[in-house]
Design a protein around this ligand. Structure first.
Ligand code: FAD
Length: 400
């Protein structure tokens, strides 16, 4: 449950009951017996085999950038369907909420199957984010000649501002549509998961598995959950509960956190800078072409030479196709100077930290005012407050 909540919303309360009390600690013969920094609470014993975690240097002057983007949320889930546009076949592949990277390979596989049904040999892909790149690469692998058209390319696309975790049902639909979307979503999630396993262990670690820790002062179910001004989102994670390890409660004394409720979870992380660069390089190396071009109306697409197009314009589809079913859900991350020694993620009330190779990402979570908000202005004060809270936690962690 804890891992599921973290992965769905990268937010919420991430607590779980620890299975043992301090009574299990044995001061005599222990490697370390220290008092929680700050002098609060009783002396705490760490077990000899206690987890050791490198501290995050969570200081506001180490923030290298604050990034804002909008999740392209659709209540019914992503739009993956074929439409005729003049003499062209247009396959839509947009509206993936907070799950675009996670579902990309599976969603683009479905979109490509629809495109191939036309017998196409030359394909145009509109958009160069997570969905456009995976659509284009899969099409090349199927033997098609592909040209990407996009007004912006990485690193300037929204996809580059994502957190970078395996979050396949994060803001992917609302609860009312979960049952309908479920089977297709499961197909997409399993296809993507399988593809990501083939991308492990590569130079630059574009994809890797990490451990993370959810820490809380309150027992499970007693803290904040999803933002109060957002819909109840569909929870589909039970359909793929066999993918990846379960989360584990950590007994007191076995970890350095001051909070009583600590869970370890294990998930995939996307090092997006390396990963997107790899996708772009692979596409170009396989003979792909890219044309920087903006479309203002669907009619503009009729000028393209390809008879079949995949539309992977993400949030841009709202304006281009007048699709008001796409709701922007604002999100902001602050990036701290990378620390290669920090290899774990962290979730606590109101924030998460993800240990990407291009920077430690600190994200405010569970806050209100993001739904139907397309304002891309960074809120520096919010990110600095989150970094300070993370710094406070680091100062209170027990070290030998
Ligand atoms: C804060 C935050 C954190 C997130 N974290 C995660 C995460 O951890 N894991 C995860 O799986 N997902 C995450 N997401 C969601 C993910 O980022 C999106 O679902 C995904 O980026 C959508 O990709 P896309 O390719 O559809 O859109 P985009 O990345 O927006 O790409 C759209 C492309 O279309 C082009 N385009 C748009 N309009 C036009 C036009 N009119 N003419 C020409 N070109 C056009 C753009 O230039 C761009 O190239 C997060 C989102 C946010 C906001």
């Amino acid at each position: 449950m804890q891992r599921r909540q973290f992965l769905r919303n990268a937010g919420m309360t991430l607590a779980a009951a620890s299975g043992a009390a301090l009574a299990g600690c044995m001061p005599a013969g222990t490697r370390r017996a220290v008092t929680a920094a700050g002098g609060q609470g009783p002396a705490v014993c760490l077990r000899p085999d206690a987890l050791e975690l490198a501290p995050v240097r969570a200081e506001v002057d180490r923030i290298t950038g604050i990034y804002v983007c909008t999740r392209p949320f659709r209540a019914a889930g992503p739009r993956i369907e074929t439409e005729r546009l003049g003499d062209k076949t247009l396959v839509h592949n947009y509206g993936h909420g907070g799950s675009g990277w996670s579902l990309s390979w599976g969603s683009s596989t479905l979109a490509l199957q629809m495109a191939q049904a036309t017998g196409v040999r030359e394909l145009g892909v509109i958009g160069c984010g997570a969905l456009g790149l995976t659509s284009a690469l899969l099409a090349q692998r199927a033997g098609l000649s592909v040209r990407i058209y996009a007004k912006q390319l990485p690193p300037d696309v929204f996809s580059m501002r994502a957190t970078g975790l395996w979050t396949p049902d994060s803001r992917i639909c609302d609860a009312a549509h979960a049952a309908d979307l479920g089977p297709r979503w499961e197909t997409m999630a399993r296809t993507s998961f399988g593809m990501y396993q083939t991308l492990l262990g590569l130079p630059g670690r574009p994809i890797e598995w990490i451990d993370g820790y959810s820490v809380s002062d309150t027992p499970p179910g007693h803290g904040a959950s999803e933002p109060s001004d957002e819909p109840t989102y569909g929870d589909l994670s039970d359909r793929i509960s066999d993918l990846g390890p379960d989360s584990v409660p950590l007994p007191a004394g076995s970890h350095p956190f001051p909070q009583p409720y600590v869970h370890r979870w294990t998930t995939m992380m996307f090092n997006i800078s390396t990963y997107a660069r790899m996708l772009m390089s692979d596409f170009l190396a396989a003979g792909g072409h890219i044309e920087v071009r903006e479309f203002h109306t669907p009619g503009d697409l009729l000028q393209l030479p390809e008879a079949t197009l995949i539309n992977a314009t993400g949030y841009g589809a709202r304006a281009l196709f007048g699709d008001d079913s796409i709701v922007p859900v604002r999100g902001q991350t602050a990036r701290l100077i990378p620390q290669p020694e920090v290899t774990y993620g962290l979730g606590m009330h109101g924030l998460t930290m993800v240990p990407r190779s291009d920077g430690l990402l600190v994200q405010v979570i569970g806050d209100t005012g993001n739904f139907n908000n397309a304002d891309l202005t960074p809120d520096r004060a919010a990110s600095e407050a989150a970094v300070r809270r993370l710094g406070d936690l680091m100062a209170r962690m027990r070290r030998g």
